[in-house]
Design a protein around this ligand. Structure first.
Ligand SMILES: Cc1ncc(COP(=O)(O)O)c(C=O)c1O
Length: 454
């Protein structure tokens, strides 16, 4: 285009651009300073530890960003930070656990290359094991109750795992899905030993099926396909590799990230399923600084709150003979338990809070509307815990929690309006009044509109 007579001289354009940049930067800085955003940009762990032997997918696990949750921070006067575990390749915090379980099993020789990792789980851990097993040259066999959402089996199968759907029975029954998963590893080892003895593997043998028992106690063919290199039961509840994944990974990352952002750390809070996250992180942080307070947030039906606060695992529902149909009868998934696991026993806690399903649902919608965070049910419960801790410590503290997985994993229940309505859980709050906070959030909105003139 020819420079016509009406074109602005270069100097004028440069001056105009410079002035706009300065003005825009001023507004931006004013906003950030009013919102006290020490953590406005994600705090990414700068120091990536050298992990010998790790590369590819496995190296992409962990070192997740720690972000300031602006709405909750501004509403409480604390810095509330969330560790974005939903950004792991397998979509959840359990990727760390899957890697550690497989690494330790391979190192100890309990699992061999080409072997099968078995797990009884309908949730994130199975998906993470199925995701990472191929990266270690291993396979994955998952046993799940047949009332679990069909998408779960489909995802697992799409990831290359074999899936065995069984009738749901009590944990004390030999055919509870966890017990079957344990048995499948034993069976795979027995078969591998037999085949080693025969020292001759023919193609037809690959299709052989080994004997198992159905939930009716009758002998039947197992659906475990042939795995000639033996098996290993992951056992996420009792296997302390789970604890170590967080003691050696999540905990140190949180410590470094809060130090790097200059804010230090006052408290950590999370719910517990196996207890691995809470135990590994709390123990690491308290060894670094005993003044860091660590808390449990416990969903309905779980006995851990009573255990932490009164030393006994007993819930009001049980005392009144009103035990819920299922001890984990809560909309939140993956958290809450009525037994003490080896992993939970490693936790170092200063106290506990109770959270409700209503609070978790309201929190998830609040964070979606105000922060654009689309998180799953356990993450929402963790954020309820973070606000409870902020309320109990008072303004000026830095509190970290875990954003375990994304709302994408919860489309059929927690993030489904019809399901919520059928269960009387339709969210109604405009702000954080469901946690007793009514004014601070509106102050933040006012500050925003004063600066940007909305
Ligand atoms: C989505 C999700 N969040 C949180 C947890 C609880 O973590 P942990 O088992 O480390 O206590 C689980 C456990 O399975 C989970 O699946």
């Amino acid at each position: 285009m020819a420079a016509g007579a009406g074109a602005l001289p270069t100097a004028a354009i440069v001056a105009a651009v410079s002035v706009s940049t300065v003005v825009f930067s001023y507004y931006l800085c004013s906003y950030w300073s009013t919102s006290g955003a020490r953590y406005s940009t994600p705090c990414v762990s700068k120091k990536k530890k050298k992990q010998r032997g790790r590369s590819g997918l496995v190296d992409a696990i962990g070192n997740t960003p720690l972000i300031r949750i602006n709405s909750l921070s501004d509403a409480t006067g604390c810095e509330i930070l969330g560790k974005c575990e939903f950004l792991n390749p397998g979509g959840s915090v359990k990727d760390r656990v899957a890697v550690k379980i497989i690494e330790e099993a391979l190192e100890s020789g309990k699992l061999t290359l080409g072997g099968v990792v078995t797990e009884g789980s309908a949730g994130s851990t199975a998906i993470s094991l199925a995701t990472v097993a191929p990266a270690f040259g291993c396979k994955c066999h998952v046993v799940i109750p047949d009332d679990a959402a069909i998408e779960k089996s489909q995802i697992l199968e799409a990831l290359g795992a074999t899936v065995e759907r069984v009738r749901p029975v009590s944990i004390t029954h030999r055919d509870h899905y966890v017990n079957i998963a344990r048995r499948r590893a034993v069976e795979a080892n027995e078969l591998a030993a037999k085949l080693r003895k025969l020292a001759k593997i023919e193609d037809e043998v690959l299709l052989n099926r080994i004997e198992g028992y159905g939930s009716d106690g009758q002998k039947q063919d197992s659906v475990l396909p042939y795995y000639g290199n033996g098996g290993f039961f992951a056992d996420q509840f009792e296997n302390l590799a789970n604890f170590r994944a967080h003691y050696e990974g999540t905990g140190p990352e949180i410590w470094e990230q809060t130090a790097a952002c200059g804010g230090g750390l006052d408290a950590f809070v999370a719910a517990a399923g196996t207890g691995g996250t809470l135990a590994g992180v709390s123990r690491f942080l308290q060894e670094k600084n005993p003044n860091i307070k660590c808390f449990l947030i416990d969903p309905p039906g779980s006995g851990l709150y009573n255990k932490v606060t009164r030393g006994v695992m007993y819930t009001k529902e049980e005392a009144e003979g009103k035990r819920l149909k299922n001890p984990f009868d809560t909309i939140t998934e993956g958290i809450g338990i009525n037994r003490l696991t080896q992993n939970f026993l490693m936790a170092k806690l200063d106290g506990a809070f109770r959270g409700t399903d209503e609070e978790a649902v309201e929190m998830s919608r609040f964070l979606l509307k105000n922060d654009g965070l689309f998180i799953g049910s356990s993450s929402a419960m963790n954020c309820v815990g973070a606000v409870r801790v902020a309320q109990s410590l008072g303004p000026g503290h830095t509190i970290v929690t875990i954003l375990c997985d994304s709302g994408m994993r919860h489309l059929s229940k927690f993030c489904n309006a019809q399901y919520l309505s059928e269960h009387g859980l339709t969210p109604t709050s405009a702000g954080l009044e469901f946690l007793g906070i009514t004014w601070a959030f509106w102050q933040r909105l006012e500050a925003w509109s004063n600066i940007f003139g909305h």
